[in-house]
Ligand binder design. Structure first.
Ligand code: HEC
Ligand code: HEC
Ligand code: HEC
Ligand code: HEC
Ligand code: HEC
Length: 414
C-alpha cells in the first residue's frame, strides 16, 4: 500500500519533511542493527496465514511484505503502522485480535487512510516498526498513541477509554461547534460556552485578557508547567485536570474561579485545552468553516437587545461579560461576578467600603480587571459609580413593586 504523491507541497512543509527524512535515515540504521528483534515479521506471517485460511492462497499472495508505509507529505507524516496492522483495510477480520483487526468503518469514511495516514488521529510514532516505540509513551516524545492503554493510565472517567484520541481529532476540528464521534471534546466545548471562560481568556481569536491566551496552550511543553504543587502523576493532562478542579491549589494567587467541576468535566476540558495545538496541517485538511468560533444568531440578537436597553453602558464597557445587572435587563452568560443591581449596598457588606472606594481601590479580580482588561479614567469611574447607583435605584423601585422605568427584557414584576 505504498502511497506516493508527487504534487508540489508548500515551502513551509519542507523543514518538517527534512526532519522526517532524517528520522527515516536514523530508523533505517536502528532497524539494520536491531533486526533480530523485529516482531513485525511474525505479525505479517500470521496475517498471511489468516487470510489464506479464510479467503484462499490467491488473496494471501496480495499482501505486501516488508516495511509498508503510508506517506502523506501534506501532513508531514510517513506512517508505518500498517506494517503490523495489516488487517486495517481488509474486510472480514472485524473480530480478530490486534494487530489484525479490520478498522472500524465510520472514522475512515471522511478520512481515507491514503489521505490521512494513522497518526494524525491516533498519535504514535509513524516511522517506528516496533510496537513499543510505535505506541509509546517513550521519553522525549510527546505524542504517544492516545488509545485505551493511556486512557486507563490517565484514569479516564468515561466508558470510552480511547476518548483521549479526540484530542487529535480536534487539532483539525477545533472550529466545529460539535464533531460527531468526539463526545468528550463536545462536552468540553459546551462547558467553555456555559461557564464563560472567554470572560478572561482569548480562545480561537475571541475573549478577554485577564488570563493567558489559550489559543495554542496545547503546544506548551511539560517542562513549562510548574508541577511542584501537583500530587500524583506529573503530566500536562494531570496538571490541567487539577488546575480546572481547583485553580488555587496549583497557582495560589490566581483569579481563575473554582467552578466546582467533577472529574469527568475537568477531564473533558483538559482534553479540549490540550487539543489547542498548531497542526502542521495543510489548509485543505481543515474542515471548511470560518477561522473563529461563530456566535449563534440568538447570542448576537441578545447582545444587540442589551446594547440598546437601559443597561447599555455596562454592555458597551464590557462589565456584562462577568456581571448581570438584572434591574436593567442585562444578563451575563458567564456570571463570574455578582449581580451589580445591588452593588451599591453589597460592596459595603462584602468589602467594608463604599462602591466609590471599591472602584477607585479595587481588590481581588476587579483589581486585575481594571488594571488590564477594562482600564477606566477617573471620569469614567465616576460614570460607572453613577450607573451603579441608577441600577440600585431601579432595583429598589422594582422591589417595592412601584412603577419604574420600562425595562425591555427584564423579568416580569410581581
Ligand atoms: C510491531 C508491530 C506494531 C506496530 C508497528 C504498530 N502496532 Fe499497534 N498494535 C500492535 C499489537 C500487537 C497490538 C495489540 C496489543 C497491544 O495493545 O499492545 C496493537 C494495538 C494497537 C491499538 C489498540 C490498543 C489501544 O491502546 O487502544 C492501537 C490504537 C494501535 N495499535 C495503533 C497503532 C498505531 C497508530 C501505530 C503506528 C504509529 C501502530 N499501532 C504500530 C502492533 C503494532
Ligand atoms: C479519522 C481518524 C482515524 C484514522 C485516520 C485512523 N483511525 Fe484507527 N480508529 C479511529 C477511531 C475513531 C477508532 C475507534 C476507537 C474506539 O472507539 O475504540 C479507531 C480504531 C482503531 C483501532 C482499534 C483500537 C481499539 O481500541 O480497539 C486500531 C488498531 C486502529 N484504529 C489503527 C489504525 C491504523 C493502523 C490506522 C492507519 C492505517 C488508522 N487506525 C487510521 C480513528 C482513526
Ligand atoms: C488531519 C485533520 C483531521 C483529523 C485528525 C480528523 N479530521 Fe475529521 N475531517 C477532516 C476533514 C478535512 C474533513 C472533511 C470536512 C469537509 O468536507 O468539510 C473531516 C470530516 C469529518 C466528519 C464528517 C463531517 C461532515 O460534516 O461530513 C466527521 C464526523 C469527523 N471528521 C470526525 C472526526 C473525528 C471523530 C476525528 C478523530 C477520530 C477526526 N475527524 C480527525 C479533518 C480531520
Ligand atoms: C476570572 C477570570 C478567569 C476565568 C473566568 C477563567 N480563567 Fe482560566 N485563568 C485565569 C488566569 C488569571 C490564569 C493564569 C493563572 C493560572 O494559571 O491560574 C488562568 C489560567 C488558565 C489555564 C492555564 C493556562 C496556561 O498557560 O497554562 C487554563 C488552561 C485555563 N485558565 C482554562 C480556563 C477554562 C477552561 C475556563 C472556563 C471553564 C477558565 N480558564 C476560566 C483566569 C480565568
Ligand atoms: C472578568 C470578569 C469581570 C469583569 C469584566 C468585571 N468584573 Fe466586576 N467583579 C468580578 C468578580 C469576580 C467580582 C467579585 C469580587 C472578587 O471576586 O474579587 C467583581 C466585583 C465587582 C464589584 C463589587 C460587587 C459586589 O457586589 O461586591 C463591582 C462594583 C464591580 N465588580 C464592578 C464592575 C464594573 C463596573 C465592571 C465593568 C467596568 C466590572 N465589574 C467588570 C469580575 C468582573
Amino acid at each position: 500500500m505504498e502511497q506516493r504523491t508527487d504534487s508540489p507541497y508548500p515551502r513551509r512543509d519542507r523543514p518538517v519533511l527534512a526532519v522526517i527524512g532524517a528520522l527515516l535515515v536514523v530508523s533505517t540504521v536502528v532497524f539494520a542493527v536491531t533486526d533480530h528483534r523485529k516482531d513485525w515479521r511474525y505479525y505479517q506471517a500470521t496475517f498471511r496465514q489468516m487470510v489464506a485460511e479464510k479467503l484462499g492462497a490467491e488473496k494471501a499472495a496480495q499482501i505486501p511484505s516488508g516495511t509498508v508505509q503510508i506517506w502523506v507529505p501534506q501532513l508531514g507524516r510517513a506512517d508505518r503502522c500498517i506494517t503490523c496492522h495489516q488487517g486495517v483495510a481488509w474486510k472480514g477480520f472485524e473480530t480478530a485480535d490486534e494487530p489484525y483487526r479490520t478498522h472500524p468503518a465510520a472514522p475512515l469514511k471522511a478520512h481515507p487512510i491514503e489521505k490521512f495516514g494513522c497518526t494524525a488521529c491516533h498519535g504514535g510514532q509513524g516511522w517506528a516498526v516496533d510496537a513499543d516505540p510505535a505506541h509509546g509513551p517513550v521519553e522525549h516524545w510527546e505524542d504517544p498513541v492516545l488509545g485505551k492503554a493511556l486512557g486507563e493510565a490517565y484514569s479516564l472517567a468515561t466508558d470510552d477509554k480511547a476518548a483521549l484520541m479526540q484530542m487529535n481529532c480536534n487539532v483539525c476540528h477545533r472550529y466545529d461547534r460539535e464533531t460527531k464521534g468526539a463526545d468528550l471534546i463536545n462536552r468540553g466545548k459546551a462547558l467553555v460556552n456555559a461557564k464563560g471562560c472567554r470572560a478572561c481568556h482569548v480562545i480561537n481569536g475571541r475573549g478577554g485578557t485577564i488570563g493567558p491566551d489559550l489559543t495554542w496552550v496545547g503546544d506548551k511543553a511539560p517542562e513549562q508547567y510548574d508541577m511542584s504543587r501537583l500530587s500524583g502523576q506529573r503530566t500536562a493532562f494531570a496538571w490541567h485536570v487539577a488546575h480546572l478542579k481547583d485553580p488555587r491549589s496549583l497557582v495560589p494567587d490566581t483569579v481563575m474561579p473554582n467552578f466546582s467541576f467533577g472529574t469527568q468535566d475537568a477531564q473533558a476540558l483538559a482534553t479540549l485545552v490540550l487539543s489547542w495545538r498548531r497542526a502542521p496541517t495543510a489548509v485543505d485538511y481543515r474542515p471548511g468553516v470560518a477561522r473563529t468560533d461563530p456566535q449563534t444568531p440568538e447570542e448576537v440578537a441578545e447582545e444587540q437587545r442589551m446594547k440598546t436597553g437601559p443597561g447599555a453602558w455596562f454592555v458597551k464597557t464590557g462589565c456584562f461579560v462577568c456581571h448581570s445587572i438584572s434591574s436593567l435587563g442585562v444578563k451575563s452568560a458567564a456570571q463570574i461576578g455578582p449581580d451589580l443591581s445591588t452593588a451599591v449596598e453589597d460592596t459595603q457588606k462584602r468589602f467594608g467600603k463604599t462602591v466609590d472606594d471599591f472602584l477607585k481601590n479595587p481588590t481581588g479580580t476587579m483589581s486585575v480587571v481594571l488594571s488590564r482588561q477594562i482600564v477606566l479614567t477617573d471620569a469614567e469611574k465616576d460614570v460607572a459609580i453613577q450607573k451603579l447607583r441608577e441600577a440600585f435605584a431601579e432595583h429598589q423601585r422594582q422591589a417595592a413593586g412601584a412603577p419604574g422605568t420600562a425595562v425591555p427584557g427584564a423579568p416580569p414584576r410581581p
